[in-house]
Design a protein around this ligand. Structure first.
Ligand code: NAD
Ligand code: UDP
Length: 306
């Protein structure tokens, strides 16, 4: 697994070990953290390796989960050239590894491939509305190019691929300073700081709890070779950012006020996955509602804030 010390990666490591797999966890610790996987170190089936996916890797594995890439706008815009390299060179290196050892490979792609969508909700057949030269492009176009590489390796070299389009996911071990909306609002509420809504808060997102997401990811990896994706995995229940702020304030019992700030450029106005394909091909649908998932995430953040 690449990006195994990150938010999603650490949950996936944990789950694969529970399922009795041997896990090689690779990370350059750009946004990930050893604390996320500290509890796994010492397990004889778990191996940790510092490695940057923009460089080739020579190991022997049966399956590759390619998660390495900063995922929050603050982090991926910090060094945009490196972000594109991580997605594109990272995909080339991991696909090359998959080809050499005959491994099955899953790509953690993203709903950002749909950009600011004009089709709603987004089915996998929608080609997207992405600005190729904006501040989010290093991430969006990097991920789009990675998808291209996956399908070309599949067509040209018959690689067994799985392309998963992940929609906004949240839960314990999100980076508290990653600037993503769920972590920001929870940290702000717990500190009674102003809740920073960008724009007027009418933009929408659909939030998936991490355990549901990991279940979908494993089902996709284990699906038959004919199922390549791209496949949306996310929670189709849509909320406005204002509703999310109100929910976080309510559950935390915070005294925070709401502060309206400027909307960042290219911020998508709406996002909701059409998950009919995952329902039908994987018999998967999310089971954890926002209220419950947010409550669990708040409990986690309470333990991290001093
Ligand atoms: P994260 O930032 O917590 O994890 C990414 C991990 O990749 C980190 O541990 C980081 O150190 C590592 N990494 C970054 N560049 C690397 C490199 N060059 N070499 C090796 N490791 C590197 O983010 P996350 O939320 O866990 O996201 C994991 C994957 O899922 C990413 O590919 C992301 O694009 C995708 N995704 C996540 C979401 C979400 O809502 N969390 C949504 C869509 C897609
Ligand atoms: N957002 C917000 N306040 C914050 C952080 C984010 O209003 O403190 C908004 C952001 O502008 C976007 C939405 O919440 O409309 C989701 O942002 P995030 O960065 O979590 O994910 P993405 O935009 O990549 O879906």
């Amino acid at each position: 697994m690449t990006g195994g010390a990150g938010f999603l990666g650490s949950h996936l490591c944990e789950r694969l070990l529970e399922d009795n797999h041997e896990v090689l966890c690779l990370d350059n610790y750009f946004t990930g953290n050893k604390n996320n996987i500290l509890h796994l170190i010492g397990n004889p089936r778990f191996e940790l390796m510092r490695h940057d996916v923009t460089f080739p890797l020579y190991v022997e594995v049966d399956e590759i989960y390619n998660l390495a890439c900063p995922a929050s706008p603050i982090h991926y815009q910090h060094d945009p050239v490196q972000t594109t390299k991580t997605s594109v060179h990272g995909a080339i290196n991991m696909l090359g590894l998959a080809k050499r050892v005959g491994a099955k490979i899953l790509q953690a792609s993203t709903s950002e491939v749909y950009g600011d969508p004009s089709v709603h909700p987004q089915p996998e057949t929608y080609w997207g509305n992405v600005n190729p030269i904006g501040v989010r492009s290093c991430y969006d176009e990097g991920k789009r190019c990675a998808e291209t590489l996956f399908f070309d390796y599949h067509r040209q070299h018959q690689l067994r691929i799985k392309v998963m389009r992940i929609f906004n996911t949240y839960g314990p071990r999100m980076h508290p300073q990653d600037g993503r909306v769920v972590s920001n609002f929870i940290v702000q509420a717990l500190k009674n700081d102003p809740i920073t809504i960008y724009g007027d808060g009418t933009q929408t997102r659909s939030f998936c709890y991490v355990d549901d997401l990991i279940e979908g990811m494993i089902r996709l990896m284990n699906s038959s070779d004919q199922i390549t994706g791209p496949m949306n995995i996310g929670n189709p229940t849509e909320f406005t950012i204002k509703q999310l702020a109100e929910l976080v304030i309510k559950i935390t019992g915070s005294n925070s006020e709401i502060a309206l700030l400027e909307l960042p450029s290219d911020d998508p106005k709406q996002r909701r996955p059409d998950i009919s394909l995952a329902e039908q091909a994987l018999d998967w649908e999310p089971s954890i509602q926002l209220r419950e998932g947010i409550a669990r995430t708040i409990e986690y953040f309470k333990g991290t804030i001093t």
